[in-house]
Design a protein around this ligand. Structure first.
Ligand code: GLN
Length: 452
């Protein structure tokens, strides 16, 4: 623990943490030593982790990287972070993210951008983004500040930063982990998952995070399998779907090459690639940018200056609401709230929101049909490697394109894992994504274990 605390202090320039809690960590490490001596250690005992600052942590500031929650100390703990602590994990603090998890580059945080520890060989001084929204989590794991970190993924926020930082991360099936105590962005899509160096680490950590929770009615009452046991090293006979629609314009050559390489690896291990079609892929991004903002506008209505964090006074109650929300939310969050209230408004509900829900169904159907003939699907995680800080911030739509390969999976609620698969010409990590059937994280881990 103390070595990791030192690593955290030495790399503060990356801005991965919003709050460091070294004293709490040292106390937890002591308790863990005692458990180990008593032979009662849990599956994560003594392992230093970081917690994305979207998970409520009892008595420790939780901000969602927003000014509006600055100073908020929740009186309760999220189920997932509580389970990790119960398994013995030692938290070093709260990790930076895009404000309310809205973003793909960790540049929308009120507490400043996070820097990717990786550098381009051609421009070793240029600062790169770690991806987002779990950018602090990915950077902290990649820079060895923590052994693992929690992430959340609504449309790609675990998988894309994992790819950009050369680590492994999995968004489990929607319902696998409890959302209780996680600051809500888009409730029908949000899901927590582990980010770590290896597939095995992710498997162990997901085992500690997952499980039914009566406090979240969307968490599924199903036994949690021993994910580590799924790492048999044998994928002979599996059919691996390669979706032909996942070759959009703008897919970089090097990403296409890594994908080819991945296909060669699974062939060499005795699995068979099969071309599949997911015809509604092209509608996933526009559909997501109706559904996610709609749910966000509703979820973020609770930040009214009365209940949590920031309050900017005004002469009337309405003025106080306005002043607080204008000062408290950043530009990207306001953009999403505006889109969300528009698509939910009486005159437009059917044209946008209701229509988007129908398209979402079609996207899920595409996957259901594909899984009649394949066991798992292999795609790139993101269309490019990490880009420079400042790039893409002037055009939200370009930024939104980062998630073309991850959003369809989220819309269908399926498990998706990103693992490092190679380097770009410029020495940056590139990731591949494995998509599984609902609640079949085991096959995802099994194939990932062979590929890593
Ligand atoms: N980048 C996507 C967005 O901005 C996804 C974010 C997420 O998964 N939390 O909405």
């Amino acid at each position: 623990t103390s070595a990791h605390i030192k690593a955290t202090e030495a790399q503060r320039h990356l801005n991965a943490f919003i709050v460091e809690t070294p004293d709490l960590a040292l106390d937890a490490a002591k308790a863990s030593d005692a458990r180990r001596q008593a032979g009662t250690a849990g599956s994560m005992d003594g392992l230093p982790i970081g917690i994305k600052d979207l998970f409520c942590t009892e008595g420790v500031q939780t901000t969602a990287a927003s000014h509006i929650l600055e100073g908020f100390k929740p009186p309760y703990e999220s189920t997932v972070s509580g389970k990790l602590k119960a398994a013995g994990a030692v938290s070093l603090g709260k990790l930076n993210l895009d404000e309310f998890a809205m973003g793909s580059s960790n540049q929308t945080s009120y507490f400043g951008a996070v820097e990717n520890p990786w550098k381009k060989t051609s421009a070793p001084k240029a600062k790169l983004v770690p991806g987002g929204s779990s950018g602090g989590s990915a950077a902290a794991v990649a820079a060895r500040m923590v052994m693992a970190a929690t992430g959340t993924d609504t449309g790609g926020s675990i998988r894309q930063p994992a790819a950009f930082c050369g680590i492994t991360g999995i968004k489990p099936t929607y319902g696998r982990c409890s959302r209780f105590g996680i600051v809500a962005f888009a409730s029908s899509l949000d899901q927590a998952g582990p980010m770590a160096r290896t597939v095995r680490d992710c498997a162990i950590m997901l085992g500690a995070m997952a499980g039914h929770d009566p406090k979240d009615s969307t968490s599924v009452n199903m036994a949690v399998p021993d994910f580590e046991k799924a790492l048999t090293g044998d994928i002979r006979g599996l059919k691996v779907g390669i979706p032909k629609e996942y070759r959009p314009d703008g897919l970089s050559d090097e990403v296409a090459k890594v994908w080819e390489l991945g296909i060669e690896w699974i062939k060499a291990a005795g699995a068979t690639p099969v071309e599949i079609s997911l015809p509604h892929t092209k509608y996933a991004l526009p559909t997501y940018y109706i559904i996610a903002p709609a749910e966000c506008s509703s979820n973020l209505a609770r930040y009214d200056g009365l209940r949590f964090g920031l309050r900017v006074p005004g002469k009337t109650l309405d003025e106080m609401y306005k002043n607080t929300r204008a000062a408290g939310f950043g530009a990207e969050v306001r953009r999403r709230i505006l889109i969300g209230t528009y698509v939910l408004s009486a005159g437009y509900y059917d044209a946008y929101y209701a229509k988007a829900q129908k398209v979402r169904r079609l996207i899920a159907e595409d996957f259901r049909k594909a899984f009649e003939s394949v066991d798992i699907i292999l795609t790139p995680t993101a269309p490019s490697a990490a880009f420079g800080q400042g790039e893409g911030t002037d055009d939200p739509v370009t930024m939104w394109l980062n998630d073309v390969f991850t959003i369809p999976t989220s819309m269908a609620g399926l498990p998706g894992l990103s693992l490092p698969a190679g380097l770009s010409k410029d020495g940056l990590p590139l990731g591949l994504q494995l998509i599984g059937r609902p609640f079949d994280e085991e096959t995802v881990f099994r194939v990932a274990g062979v590929m890593e």
